[in-house]
Design a protein around this ligand. Structure first.
Ligand code: ARG
Ligand code: ASP
Length: 716
């Protein structure tokens, strides 16, 4: 009795964490609205999400698949992050018109530029289709049978929801398949770039400041959605017109203070909050550290070469940024999890869970064996996961290998086509050539990476877990990665543009001509080994883990009745709410919740790639030419922290005050809080938001594009 009581107290203390959660907007009324109001919200649930009336959701945009944006004018103007618009800005940049360096501003609609393949998706409605998806699935159905029934049901539901309309429709699983929701959406294909600050402002602080607080970059860019004359999505055309949205987000110039209610509305990508202790142990103690150390080696090699040559620096800038981004993220994540004692917390919770079901024979029957099964599958899965990490973070980071892999898959398609099984070969060949084969390839860098990665591989992967061909190669070279690298690079055709182009021209006549190329040979052996001996079992285990998680979540929902459960992020529309809040990163240090222009001047390093301050910004600062964008104390506020639960994909999300007015654009998290994808620590996890007044200040005072503000609804 005493035991059970203690168990329940512990469970409840673990559950009611303020601010955690990414909630389904259509369920706010049933689940969160009371709590949100208690925390200061002034809107109704229907003002946030409604099917019949216009609501905030009509102004939330999934931008280019991986980010979020918000509609701020009745002419389809949207705000997102600079790093979300980055590839678009780069696409339109040339040496003569370097928009990355200098910024870009369309001074009227004719100057707005269309970016191919950039999309903007708006949600029309969300529907619970769990019963429909599971129709025909019996309690006795096997895994494979269940899969085929649900797949067919999903196809049918998607078809019915979209046929004969301008909408697309897709169904996604939630809670590992305990629930399913249908999303009916409109995807606009004509999205044009309107403005972006120079990188010295939009990316001020660069990699050094990334994932860090205090923050001082204006991480925004401006785009516009265009539609056909009927206001429906249309392919790009000169005749398209600015989209008229159902809702326009008003912008607050009034600022915020610590403790104020905040709400983030957007498309978080992926979280794993309900993992077992075995999974968290694997991530925190094995996978994250391994990936971090491999990326560290790669980045330091790239860094040296990039510093020695401008051409290399420019060629590798984008790749370097994206490798560095998750390198840093995983490092913060594992540190945060360790400091929070995440595995012990999970274990404790699992013990309490087990204790609380022992008295109930039905629950015991259903859930009593869960953790044994988790343990069993993770014993095997851990080994496979390490293999997969070595595949993607070590072997396949050698660019010559990835080129060979591309070539190998081209040949597979060619052979299929020759047997009449497919007709995609020409397309893929064109794709392959268009990819700019060897564009930005620097062989000396790749050679260094190859040697370093082979060395790591030899040290880290036991002989029995290696592709036999690679193993023989290692043995023949006495474990000497340099010798191996020298041999590969002096005998391969896969590191030379001319030779590669010749290969591509020959491919139809002599598909097997390069089989004896050493890079081809090794890469082929790696691919074969992985597709036969690693990936199938890896995927099988992932499925099993999914089934266990599905059961575990259900068990938690049955046991902890008064807890509200939010589903893990899966790139669908969510609402997170919290407060403007600073935090204490460590003993004796307290972080303020906002930064100002003063901090930019403090951080300035003239001529530095990351910390240079453009003269015009300095001039505005010195003259205090702040217009209506300064805070009451006369300072320009740049960014602020709050306790909203966010993740990758939330970049560009609107951050609202209690009245549904825009106070900023979300763009990052703090170092100590990057663990929130796995466990949310309310004392440490903060999202970082660009103050919208700084955005407007840059548009108006710095860029002289104040005419854009005429379209916006400014609340003074
Ligand atoms: N850390 C942020 C996010 O995960 C921003 C990344 C882009 N910025 C950068 N310096 N790499 O996307
Ligand atoms: N910077 C991330 C993004 O691009 C946001 C985050 O992970 O907090 O979505």
């Amino acid at each position: 009795m005493k035991h059970t009581l203690l168990a329940l107290i512990l469970i409840t203390s673990l559950i009611s964490k303020a601010d955690e959660g990414m909630w389904l907007p259509q369920l706010l009324n049933a689940m969160n609205i009371k709590d949100m109001k208690k925390n200061g919200l002034k809107l109704t649930a229907e003002q946030i999400y409604s099917i019949n009336k216009s609501s905030l959701k009509d102004a939330i945009v999934q931008f280019g698949g991986g980010c979020t944006a918000e509609i701020v004018s009745d002419k389809g103007l949207i705000l997102t992050n600079h790093h979300c618009g980055y590839s678009s800005i780069a696409y339109h940049s040339t040496v003569e018109k370097d928009y990355l360096t200098n910024g870009f501003w369309a001074m009227n609609k004719n100057e707005e530029v269309y970016t191919p393949n950039l999309t903007a998706t708006i949600i029309n409605r969300i529907e619970d289709v769990t019963a429909k998806v599971l129709k025909g699935v019996l309690a006795t159905s096997t895994g494979a049978k269940t899969d085929s029934i649900t797949k067919a049901n999903i196809k049918q539901i998607e078809k019915e929801a979209s046929a004969g309309t301008q909408y697309d429709a897709f169904v996604r699983p939630f809670f590992y398949g305990n629930e399913y929701y249908l999303f009916v959406v409109e995807t606009f294909k004509d999205v044009r770039m309107v403005g972006a600050p120079p990188s010295a402002i939009g990316k001020f602080g660069g990699e050094t400041d990334n994932w860090m607080w205090p923050r001082h970059n204006a991480d925004f860019s401006v785009f516009r959605i265009y539609s056909g004359k009927d206001n429906k999505p249309a392919e790009y055309s000169q005749d398209n017109v600015p989209y008229t949205p159902k809702h326009v987000i008003p912008i607050s110039l009034k600022g915020y203070k610590e403790g104020d209610f905040t709400m983030v509305y957007g498309f978080p990508g992926r979280t794993q909050e309900y993992l077992s202790s075995y999974a968290v142990d694997m991530i925190m103690n094995e996978s994250d550290p391994l990936k971090v150390s491999l990326r560290e080696k790669r980045l330091s090699i790239m860094n040296v070469d990039m510093r020695q040559s401008d051409a290399v620096r420019i060629a590798y800038a984008g790749r370097y940024a994206s490798i560095a981004n998750y390198y840093k993220k995983w490092m913060g994540e594992m540190n945060g999890l360790k400091k929070y004692d995440a595995v012990t917390k999970k274990q404790l919770f699992e013990k309490q869970f087990t204790t609380s079901i022992t008295a109930d024979p039905i629950k015991k029957e259903k859930y009593g064996n869960l953790f044994n099964q988790f343990q069993k599958v993770y014993t095997e899965y851990k080994i496979l996961n390490k293999q997969v990490d070595y595949y993607s973070e070590c072997l396949m980071t050698i660019e010559a290998f990835t080129y060979a892999r591309g070539y190998i898959s081209l040949i597979a398609e060619l052979k299929k086509k020759q047997r009449g099984l497919a007709n995609t070969f020409d397309g893929s060949l064109a794709e392959y050539k268009k990819l700019g084969f060897y564009k930005g390839y620097n062989q000396p860098t790749d050679i260094k990476i190859c040697q370093a990665m082979l060395n790591e591989y030899i040290k880290g992967v036991a002989a029995g877990n290696r592709p036999p061909v690679l193993d023989s190669f290692i043995i023949a070279n006495n474990n000497d990665a340099k010798k191996m690298t020298d041999f590969l690079f002096s005998n391969t055709s896969f590191v030379d543009k001319t030779k590669t182009e010749a290969m591509l021209n020959d491919i139809e006549k002599y598909p097997n001509l390069y089989e004896r190329d050493p890079v081809y040979y090794i890469t082929n052996a790696i691919l074969k080994y992985y597709s036969e001996s690693v990936f199938p079992q890896f995927q099988y285990d992932e499925k099993e883990i999914n089934e266990l998680e599905k059961l575990y979540i259900k068990g938690q929902q049955e046991v902890i009745k008064d807890k509200k459960f939010y589903p893990d992020a899966n790139s669908t529309l969510r609402v997170a709410y919290g407060k403007v809040a600073g935090y204490k990163p460590k003993d004796g240090v307290e972080n303020n919740y906002y930064t100002t222009l003063d901090g930019i001047m403090e951080k300035e390093i003239p001529g530095d790639e990351e910390f240079n301050v453009p003269p015009k910004l300095k001039e505005l600062y010195v003259k205090k030419d702040f217009g209506q964008y300064a805070n009451k104390d006369g300072k320009i506020q740049v960014a602020f922290t709050a306790s909203n639960h966010t993740t990758g994909g939330n970049s560009g999300s609107p951050v609202f005050n209690a009245k549904g007015e825009l106070i900023g654009t979300n763009f990052d998290r703090n170092w100590e809080g990057t663990m929130s994808d796995i466990m949310y620590n309310p004392n440490q996890c903060r999202n970082i938001t660009l103050d919208v007044r700084y955005t407007l200040f840059i548009i108006d005072k710095y860029a002289g594009a104040g005419y854009l503000l005429n379209e916006m609804k400014l609340m003074k």
